[in-house]
Write a protein that binds this ligand. Structure first.
Ligand SMILES: NC(=O)c1ccc[n+]([C@@H]2O[C@H](COP(=O)([O-])OP(=O)(O)OC[C@H]3O[C@@H](n4cnc5c(N)ncnc54)[C@H](O)[C@@H]3O)[C@@H](O)[C@H]2O)c1
Ligand SMILES: [Zn+2]
Length: 433
């Protein structure tokens, strides 16, 4: 394989992850003890928020009235796509039952979780789309009660378009709370939230670490790091599109990697030359964030063949994978390691981020090698059941007792065999003359 880096990532200093983990552990312990008082204290200190934490339906209605009709319509368009995609997914989750042997029936049922928490990040950008992605999916799955939480902005509260999205998606309870304190509040059931069975949604390193530390008794969607994107482009790709796809996704933050993998060196060079011009068109602080991401983390990788490009994608397992190359059917069949796949030059990751339908809460940092992203499945338990009648007992009890004894488990064997005595005793012959 002749894979060559035209641009490499800068070696990263050893991470500050341990510090984050320690800080979050202390905050979670304080929140477990101090409850709402500690959460209020953190909201004030970290977000400058001293207003109410619970956003009442009246406050939601007042906020919604300030959202321009055009933006409301656009949020509704995105919601409609996301809801219909989730509904189709839900329809694939079928209950089933079958008779495995005469008298032995077993089945599966999909049971929605009782309560979920949806974290909607809001520190830097107002992540309207994250509210749609998490809450809509939970409600379509049939979750009984969804609490949504997002940080309040000083003097403003949760931005009105986020409140509109939460409302449209069907949130049952809304908290103006961010960070570790929001995760703890939803898990512990503070501020009127129903204690969550699962907490989902993206967030910064404090949010992700709080979810990771609470995982176990609490379900989470995944441990998400900074967002990442890869473009696979051949000689037919348009550099004007590719460069904006890379710079656009680098806007997420200085720690968000973007990767270009191509068989065409001239395309790669044209894209790299065009990056500064695109960065210059972004407002601050987006420009600095994207520039830092590009300078320190971006990689441009030159391959000889499409198969080599696919192998690179397999190895990275990007969160977003965008193919701008010939023969999209070949690529769709060949690629398997990604959170979400975008096929063709007309598509772009931003469509998936905001409006097209498939979920944008996706595995990052290579986790796509072993998992997909958020879907109705995360809010459903696939549980199983079985029922046995006497007809199945002779074989089932004999096999169970045999395996149990081979395992050294006499009690198990007895609990099987006693059923033969109870349910399969041969009718006694009537006393004969
Ligand atoms: N992949 C996706 O689907 C997707 C979508 C949207 C957003 N995101 C990610 O979500 C993240 C959003 O991050 P954000 O910071 O803008 O918003 P955020 O809502 O995740 O975090 C803000 C909160 O962080 C807490 N915080 C800030 N500094 C802290 C500190 N020193 N100690 C403890 N807590 C602290 C504050 O309480 C604040 O409420 C980004 O990393 C972005 O990439 C990912
Ligand atoms: Zn994005």
């Amino acid at each position: 394989m002749a894979i060559r880096h035209l641009k490499s990532a800068r070696p990263q200093p050893p991470g500050a992850q341990a510090d984050t983990a320690d800080g979050v552990r202390i905050l979670l312990a304080q929140l477990a003890q101090g409850g709402e008082d500690k959460a209020l204290d953190l909201a004030r200190r970290l977000d400058g928020w001293t207003g109410p934490i619970v956003v009442t339906p009246e406050a939601v209605a007042r906020a919604i009235a300030t959202v321009p009709q055009g933006l409301r319509d656009d949020i509704a368009y995105a919601h409609d796509n996301i809801r219909r995609f989730a509904e189709a997914q839900r329809a694939t989750c079928a209950d089933m039952q079958l008779e495995l042997r005469p008298g032995l029936v077993a089945g599966q049922r999909y049971v929605p979780l009782a309560a979920a928490g949806a974290y909607v990040p809001g520190g830097r950008y107002a992540h309207i789309a994250s509210a749609l992605m998490t809450i809509t999916t939970a409600k379509v799955a049939g979750v009984g009660h969804v609490t949504a939480a997002s940080p309040a902005r000083a003097g403003q509260g949760i931005p009105a378009p986020i409140l509109y999205a939460m409302h449209l998606a069907g949130a049952d309870h809304i908290l103006a709370l961010g960070g570790v304190q929001a995760i703890a509040a939803m898990a512990q059931g503070l501020f009127g939230a129903r204690p969550a069975d699962i907490i989902v949604g993206p967030g910064n390193q404090y949010v992700a670490e709080a979810k990771r530390q609470m995982f176990g008794p609490l379900g989470i969607d995944m441990f998400a790091g900074p967002t990442d994107s890869m473009v696979l482009a051949d000689e037919g790709a348009d550099p004007d599109l590719v460069v904006w796809d890379l710079v656009g996704q680098a806007e997420h933050g200085a720690n968000s990697p973007v990767w270009l993998v191509t068989t065409c060196e001239s395309l790669a060079r044209r894209v790299m030359e065009a990056v500064p011009g695109c960065l210059a068109q972004l407002p601050e602080p987006n420009r600095s964030a994207a520039a830092e991401a590009w300078d320190s983390l971006a990689e441009v990788i030159l391959c000889d063949t499409p198969e080599e490009m696919a192998a690179v994608a397999d190895r990275f397992g990007p969160e977003h994978l965008h193919v701008q190359a010939h023969d999209l059917d070949w690529w769709r069949a060949r690629l398997s390691s990604y959170g979400s796949l975008f096929l063709g030059a007309e598509a772009t990751v931003a469509f998936g981020d905001k409006a097209s339908g498939p979920n944008h809460v996706l595995p990052t940092s290579g986790a796509a090698r072993y998992t997909g992203g958020l879907s109705v499945h995360k809010f459903l338990k696939c549980v199983t059941w079985q029922q046995v009648s006497a007809q199945a007992l002779p074989d089932l009890a004999r096999v169970t007792a045999s395996i149990s004894r081979a395992e050294g488990m006499e009690g198990h064997a007895r609990s099987a065999e006693i059923r033969l005595d109870k349910f399969c005793a041969m009718p006694r012959l009537a006393a004969n003359t």
